[in-house]
Design a protein around this ligand. Structure first.
Ligand SMILES: NC(=O)c1ccc[n+]([C@@H]2O[C@H](COP(=O)([O-])OP(=O)(O)OC[C@H]3O[C@@H](n4cnc5c(N)ncnc54)[C@H](O)[C@@H]3O)[C@@H](O)[C@H]2O)c1
Length: 356
């Protein structure tokens, strides 16, 4: 087991990464307080809820709430169900919400904990690779509005994060690979040595070897922890985490969130951003190919299908309110392992999209 401490304005919390952690009550029970509500989704509950609740049996008063799975459940209605359950169990300010699931459950249960009685404790137990390396760390919580993703939310740091890598074994192949794209992102934006390590261990990671997963999740969590400690509310450094995301979001939107997993769209977006960095003379010519090869080995998409309307993509990218005139704000690479934020001419982005 590896532990990373995350510092934030209001204190600090541990992120445990290891095998068999869900059943290790000695590790996580100390982060609970008061009555406990375990929130999960139907898929995850069927696989892992017993492991967690078995450790809760005994003195402590607890309940569980199982919601249907999927992004469409990340709504105010599901949030209300969690709040209703907390009211029904007479949870007080010392109560704890345990979020057992992927990023959807983490965001939902985290937001319920942020808002119930103006904030109660949440322990994140992420069960997808994306949630372990990204969503569970950093304190962003929230739900979707019919008019936009994550429109309603709050910053609410967890009391602890328990990332049991054994849970990754049951993940759907596409969900697993989509998580790998976010792992590659950390290497691309701030750690060339980590990227080299990923290149050397790509086969082992594809096979989900526990020792390699432990290393990859731990390294990613450490990167996320360093970034959010430096910039909790996303004013500077945290924006670098958006590498590949402006384009990725446009691709997800244009395909109605049906064709791509978030991480898959980000994989294509990272390639576009790296090639653009070359065109603008920031990244040495040829270096974006390193990223392309690694993502390809992880069976992630690296190019845009022919049926995607490039001009519509560009106008979706322009919608971002931080853009000015004919320039779009993007995260670019100065080198593999070194990112920067800048505005780019729309014409250059168009050229890259037409080549991708
Ligand atoms: N808060 C943040 O900082 C942050 C960061 C990135 C993403 N997010 C949010 O995270 C969400 C996406 O997260 P996600 O990709 O984890 O999606 P998800 O929670 O929908 O999980 C994906 C699917 O995998 C299933 N699943 C989860 N764990 C499993 C396991 N161990 N074995 C088998 N199946 C399992 C789920 O039931 C679901 O069907 C989005 O809503 C996004 O906005 C939040």
């Amino acid at each position: 087991m590896k532990v990373t401490e995350v510092s934030h304005a209001g204190g600090r919390y541990p992120v445990y990464v290891g095998q068999g952690l869900l059943g290790m009550d000695s590790v996580w029970q100390r982060h609970l307080d008061g009555r406990v509500l375990v929130v999960s989704d139907e898929t995850v509950a069927g696989l892992y809820l017993d492991r967690v609740t078995a450790s809760l049996e005994g003195e402590r008063r607890w309940r569980s709430l199982v919601l249907p799975a999927g992004e469409e459940q990340k709504t105010v209605t599901s949030w209300q169900r969690i709040i209703d359950e907390l009211v029904a169990m007479r949870a007080q300010r010392d109560a704890t919400v345990v979020a057992l699931g992927g990023g959807v459950i983490g965001d939902l249960a985290g937001f319920a904990a942020a808002s119930y009685m103006r904030g109660i404790r949440v322990v994140q137990m992420p069960t997808t690779l994306l949630a372990q390396v990204d969503a569970a760390v950093g304190g962003k919580t929230g739900v979707n509005h019919p008019d936009g993703k994550n429109l309603i939310g709050a910053f609410h740091q967890p009391a602890a994060v328990i990332a049991d890598i054994d849970t990754l074994g049951s993940l759907d192949d596409r969900d697993y690979r989509a998580g790998l794209a976010e792992v590659v992102k950390y290497g691309a934006i701030r750690d060339e040595r980590f990227l080299s390590w990923l290149e050397s261990r790509a086969d082992a990671l594809n096979a989900r070897m526990p020792a390699d997963l432990l290393e990859a999740v731990h390294a990613s969590v450490t990167h996320k922890a360093e970034i959010v400690a430096a910039d909790e509310r996303e004013s500077g450094q945290r924006a670098l985490l958006n590498f590949g995301h402006t384009f990725g979001h446009a691709l997800e939107t244009i395909t109605d969130y049906r064709r791509y997993r978030h991480g898959e769209a980000v994989a294509v977006g990272m390639v576009v951003a790296a090639r653009l960095s070359e065109l603008l003379g920031r990244l040495r010519v040829g270096h974006s190919e390193r990223l392309v090869h690694l993502l390809e080995r992880m069976n992630l998409p690296v190019s845009l299908p022919g049926d995607i309307d490039r001009e519509r993509l560009l106008s979706l990218m322009r919608l971002d309110k931080k853009n000015r005139g004919d320039r779009i704000r993007l995260i670019l690479l100065e080198a593999i392992g070194q990112a920067t934020i800048d505005t780019c001419p729309t014409d250059d982005i168009r050229e890259i999209l037409n080549r991708s």
